[in-house]
Write a protein that binds this ligand. Sequence first.
Ligand code: ZN
Length: 253
Amino acid sequence: MDHEQLGPVVDAIRAADSVVAMTGAGVSTASGIPDFRSEDGIWTEYDPNDFHISRFRSDPEGFWRERVEMVEEMFLGDIEPNAAHEALAKLESNGHLRTLITQNVDGLHQDAGSEELIEIHGNGQRVVCTGCEQRFEIDPVMNRVRDGAAPPTCGHCGDVLKPDVVLFGERLPEEDLYRARSAARSADVFLAIGSSLTVEPAASLPRHARTNGGTLCIVNFDRTELSDRAAFDFRGDVTEILPRIAESLDEGP
Ligand code: ZN
């Protein structure tokens, strides 16, 4: 992938009033986080039903014990933002990116410094109280569970804490979905990054952008559902392509 191939998309971003990006699992796996849905993903080892909202409600103690075990396995070692997270944060701080929508729950976009961020499936670095809805960092809560305090409860109201992510069987937050759809519809350029574009709502957001006249650019290892309809379809490593786009934008016309 050289600068010449990326030139037209760089020009499109530069000319756009509104650029919106959406990221999927491919951006997280580049930081060493296992994919949930792939052939050797997390759901081949754990039963998704154990992480369903109905299990959380009926057996919060068992839910939390298994959740801690799964999270420990997923986040082995230090998980850091990678070059794709950093390039997207830089696009925003340089005024080239208006909104970033992510399906990922690892919180790495926030760690990298992205601010206009819609985490449509939540953020697993936080917990939310099921009573007073206050949010807290998850690490001290995980330690309490390891020490035997399961399910963990809220220090303010005493209700049970829940990971601040959308569990199976839970609806996506309406307000976040509304914001994501509005952003997609108003996008002059929509960048779909590291997503196979098969799971809703990720599947429909680039379609919203395209039917409203937005230029669709896909960056992904593999072919996606929308590859045939994208103006630009780059197959490759998101941690190489995104930094090149960011660099080219800095260089000026
Ligand atoms: Zn509370």
